[in-house]
Design a protein around this ligand. Structure first.
Ligand code: NAD
Length: 484
């Protein structure tokens, strides 16, 4: 078999030890790899590279397109950017895949029957990193959910489920509240699900879904989520398996992929040959499947399961009664190597089909431009005048009209406070003033937005920003005010 080029980073803390153990095991099992090594992490940060990765390292990643990464230490103090976020964004790694599996009774857990995979969208949502302080009292973070971004991740989740013989895909969103953003993700989930009639599909509102996940994880199989929920719930799911230390994850894009353990560099354990290499090894197994070396992946995975059930455990898992031998990192690697060719007898044997792969072949639904019309504008003001009485602000703003738009309402933190607000409502210094077409069916133009903004600004108001209110094919695509 031809060798597959991969890029390897040994990382910081326990990184070098667990990477050495991982490579030793997979090479002993017959992995055909042409390894290029790069430096990332603490040394690179401290040498003045704020992203923690040197420019020449990107050349290796561009060549191999496959990255096996050990954990790194992010130095204390400000100014250092997350290497993970940089890598994910630069290489377009839109899917984070984290299997969360219980290994009871070898790892103590309240959930002995748990075998699920969290597929988290990795590039969008509140993690687009667009934040502003707008007034003395109010900050904002923009939540961006796109249709191609949602389609890519949802399609990936279904392809993954099919490739790995899973039965059901669940989607979590909060679309009862965020009807446009999470609503789009949910709508795309329903559309894509219809193309996979062989797989069961379901949707839960994220709060009750998260509660069910923590309580009865055995009822879930593959779960797909937007970025923030996925970030939080993939940690919850990993934790309730009994050990975060056994989690491996894949970050997959159209052309590139990165594989790692989910834990950090555990600096206090570094250099002592005690760390558990299992998380990184399970990440490396996902890599072997990804590069088409499923047979090797299967051998390594089953040998590892056998080692676990034989009770050969590192300190983090060792327990009198269940464990038979406490070993260090390198002895654990040797124990796995000694079991290559064996299957577990109590835990479930893993089978990877040849060609298991979840890469999606482009998007099925190219965006068709809709007829878009401006029917109003939200002008956001920083205002603290007249005891913050919304009626005073409202009366002043009634004076401003453009040829198409006039004041419709004012909200404070989303709640309508004018006209007919409630005197009890607490108001911040941040006001959303909605001007709309005199009749909702009648479109205005950006000239109306500019004319109104100019009048409001000339009258001495502090405009934070404006947001156009648009219809797409005649459908209103903006939220109403609460209480409107
Ligand atoms: P950590 O995951 O390194 O450690 C948490 C606890 O788990 C510690 O008690 C540690 O000893 C133990 N532990 C972790 N991995 C283990 C293993 N393989 N075997 C045995 N025990 C293990 O988290 P932390 O202490 O919060 O962070 C340490 C450093 O790691 C920080 O600099 C942080 O920024 C970095 N970090 C890196 C990544 C990454 O590179 N992907 C992820 C998380 C944290």
């Amino acid at each position: 078999m031809a060798k597959t080029p991969i890029t390897v980073a040994h990382g910081d803390g326990i990184g070098p030890e667990i990477m050495e153990a991982t490579l030793k095991i997979i090479l002993a099992a017959g992995a055909q790899l042409d390894i290029e090594t790069i430096d990332i992490g603490e040394k690179v940060y401290l040498a003045g590279n704020t992203a923690g990765i040197a420019p020449e390292a990107w050349d290796s990643l561009r060549r191999t397109k496959v990255f096996l990464k050990a954990p790194i230490t992010t130095p204390q103090g400000g100014g250092y950017k997350s290497l993970n976020v940089t890598t994910r964004k630069t290489l377009g790694l839109y899917a984070n895949v984290r299997p969360c599996i219980s290994y009871s009774p070898y790892v103590a857990t309240k959930h002995p029957v748990m075998d699920l995979v969290i597929v988290r969208e990795n590039e969008e949502d509140l993690y687009a990193g667009i934040e502003h302080q707008q007034t003395d009292e109010v900050t904002q973070c923009l939540k961006l959910i796109s249709s191609p971004g949602s389609e890519k991740i949802v399609r990936f989740a279904f392809e993954y489920a099919r490739a790995y013989g899973r039965k059901k895909v669940t989607c979590f969103t909060k679309d009862n509240i965020m009807k446009l953003t999470d609503g789009l993700f949910h709508k795309i989930f329903d559309e894509v699900a219809a193309e996979y009639p062989d797989l069961e599909s379901e949707h839960w509102i994220v709060d009750i879904g998260a509660a069910k996940l923590a309580d009865t994880p055995e009822n879930f199989d593959v779960i797909v989520m937007p970025n923030l929920y996925g970030d939080i719930l993939s940690d919850v799911a990993a934790q309730i398996t009994g050990s975060v230390g056994l989690g491996g994850s894949a970050n997959v894009g159209q052309d590139y992929a990165m594989f790692e353990a989910i834990h950090g560099s555990a600096p206090r354990r570094a250099g002592q040959d005690v760390a558990n290499p299992s998380g990184l090894l399970l990440g490396a197994i996902q890599m072997l499947v990804y590069i088409g070396q499923s047979e090797v992946a299967e051998k390594v995975h089953n040998a590892w399961l056998r080692t676990m059930e034989d009770g050969v455990h590192t300190y983090d898992l060792f327990k009198e009664g269940t464990s038979s031998e406490k070993v260090g990192t390198s002895a654990f690697a040797d124990a796995v190597i000694a079991r290559i060719g064996q299957n577990p007898t109590k835990l479930k044997t893993v089978v990877y089909k040849k060609g298991d792969n979840a890469r999606i072949q482009g998007l099925a639904s190219p965006t068709v431009p809709a007829k878009k019309e401006i029917v109003g504008v939200d002008i956001f003001l920083h205002w603290t005048g007249d005891k913050r009485d919304p009626n005073v602000l409202g009366k002043q703003l009634e004076a401003f009209t453009s040829s198409s738009f006039k004041l419709q309402m004012i909200t404070n933190r989303g709640l309508k406070v004018y006209p007919n607000g409630h005197p009890e409502t607490f108001c911040t210094d941040h006001w959303r003033c909605r001007f709309t077409s005199k009749s909702m069916s009648e479109a205005g133009s950006y000239a109306d937005v500019l004319s109104l903004s100019t009048q409001v600004s000339k009258a001495g108001f502090d405009i934070i920003k404006t947001e156009n209110l648009c219809t797409f094919n005649g459908e209103k695509k903006f939220s109403m005010g609460q209480g409107q």
